[in-house]
Design a protein around this ligand. Structure first.
Ligand code: UMP
Length: 315
C-alpha cells in the first residue's frame, strides 16, 4: 500500500511513478506486462492544480482532457470523442464504448442523474454520508465487453465548509490514464463544490491496481527528473440549471462564450485542436496562444511535442 500527498497533479504523478518503480511487482493481466502496486491512496490538496505537466518526459493533450471531461459530464457515449483520441477505438464494441461513464453518471438505469442526486442529498443534509455516485454496473460489466469501467465510483463529504471527494478505481494506468482521469474527477469535484456553495477541499484518489506498462517504464523513470508544472487552472463553476446548456455551447464551439472564463478556455482549446487535426496548424497554434489559462500553454507544449515548431524564418 502506498500513501502519497501532493498539492499538484504533476507532483502526485511523479511521486506515484517513483513509488511504482521502486515498490512495484510484475503482473501480466490480458498478457500485457506491467509493474504494479496493489493499494494506493493519492491525496491532492489543491484539486485546481489538475493539469499533469512534467516536460519533457510527460506532456499531455489538454484538449483531450477537456473533451473527455465534458463528454462525461454531458452524459454522452457518442463516438465524437474519437476525434480527440483515436486510440480509444480499440476499446469499442461495434463502435461504442460500453463502459462510458457519462450515461451511468447522468442517466443510471435510464433516468437517475447521479450528479443531481448527490447535489440534492448534500443540500438537504450537509454532512450526509450518502453522497455516492456509482459507475461500475455489475449487470453490464461482467458481460465481456472490451471496455469495463476502471472507476468504480465517487463519494463526496462536506466537512468544515469544504467539499472532500473520494474516487475509487479498480485499475489505473498511471502513465496514460491518470493525467486524464484526475482532470475529469477534480473538475466534477470543483463543480459540485460550487453547486453546494462550499470551498473546494481535498481530493482523494484510491486505486487498487496502480500500474505502469513495461513500454512506459523508461519514460516514467525519466519523468522523475522532469520539470514539474503545477499551474493552477482558473476557478470554474456553472449554475446547476445552466450546466447542460453551457456544456453544449462549449462543445458546439459557440464563439459568444468569449468571456475569459474557464468555459471559454475549454471551448478555445477544443477549437484549436480541431483546427490542428484539420491541418490548420498555424491557426491552431494561434488559438492556443490566445487561450487564457494554463490550458493554452499546455496545448502549445502538446503541439511542440507532436511537431516541434520551426525556428523563425525556416519553412
Ligand atoms: O479511466 C480509465 C480507464 C482505463 N484505464 C486503464 C487501466 C488499465 O491499464 C486499462 C484497462 O484494463 P483492465 O484493467 O480492464 O484490464 O486501461 C485507466 O487508467 N483509466
Amino acid at each position: 500500500m502506498i500513501v502519497l500527498t501532493a498539492d499538484s497533479a504533476s507532483a502526485l504523478f511523479t511521486a506515484a511513478c517513483q513509488a511504482v518503480l521502486l515498490n512495484g511487482r510484475v503482473a501480466c493481466p490480458r498478457d500485457l506486462t506491467t509493474t504494479e502496486v496493489v493499494g494506493a491512496h493519492l491525496r491532492l490538496t489543491n484539486p485546481r492544480r489538475r493539469l499533469v505537466a512534467v516536460p519533457p518526459a510527460r506532456v499531455i493533450n489538454p484538449a483531450f482532457a477537456v473533451a473527455e471531461a465534458l463528454w462525461i459530464l454531458s452524459g454522452s457515449d457518442s463516438p465524437w470523442i474519437y476525434d480527440y483520441n483515436d486510440k480509444l477505438r480499440v476499446y469499442a464494441d461495434d463502435g461504442v464504448l460500453c463502459g462510458a461513464y457519462g450515461p451511468r453518471l447522468r442517466r443510471w438505469d435510464g433516468h437517475v442523474d447521479q450528479l443531481d442526486a448527490v447535489r440534492r442529498q448534500l443540500l438537504n443534509d450537509r454532512e450526509s454520508r450518502r453522497g455516492v455516485i456509482q459507475l461500475f454496473d455489475p449487470s453490464r460489466d461482467h458481460r465481456g465487453y472490451r471496455d469495463v469501467p476502471c472507476t468504480l465510483g465517487y463519494r463526496f463529504f462536506v466537512r468544515d465548509g469544504r467539499l472532500i471527494m473520494h474516487t475509487s478505481m479498480r485499475s489505473q494506468d498511471l502513465w496514460l490514464g491518470f493525467p486524464y482521469d484526475i482532470f475529469t474527477t477534480t473538475l466534477i469535484h470543483e463543480l459540485m463544490a460550487g453547486w453546494l456553495d462550499v470551498e473546494l477541499g481535498e481530493y482523494h484518489h484510491h486505486v487498487d491496481s496502480l500500474h505502469l506498462y513495461a513500454h512506459n517504464a523508461e519514460a516514467a523513470a525519466a519523468s522523475l527528473h522532469g520539470a514539474e508544472g503545477n499551474a493552477e487552472l482558473a476557478p470554474v463553476d456553472a449554475p446547476w440549471p445552466d450546466l447542460d446548456h453551457l456544456l453544449q455551447r462549449v462543445l458546439d464551439g459557440d464563439t459568444s462564450l468569449a468571456d475569459g472564463s474557464t468555459w471559454d478556455a475549454f471551448g478555445r482549446s477544443l477549437a484549436s485542436y480541431r483546427a490542428w487535426k484539420a491541418g490548420e496548424r498555424d491557426h491552431a497554434r494561434k488559438l492556443a496562444t490566445d487561450t487564457p489559462d494554463p490550458l493554452g500553454a499546455a496545448l502549445v507544449s502538446w503541439y511542440d511535442h507532436l511537431a516541434p515548431a520551426k525556428p523563425a524564418g525556416q519553412r
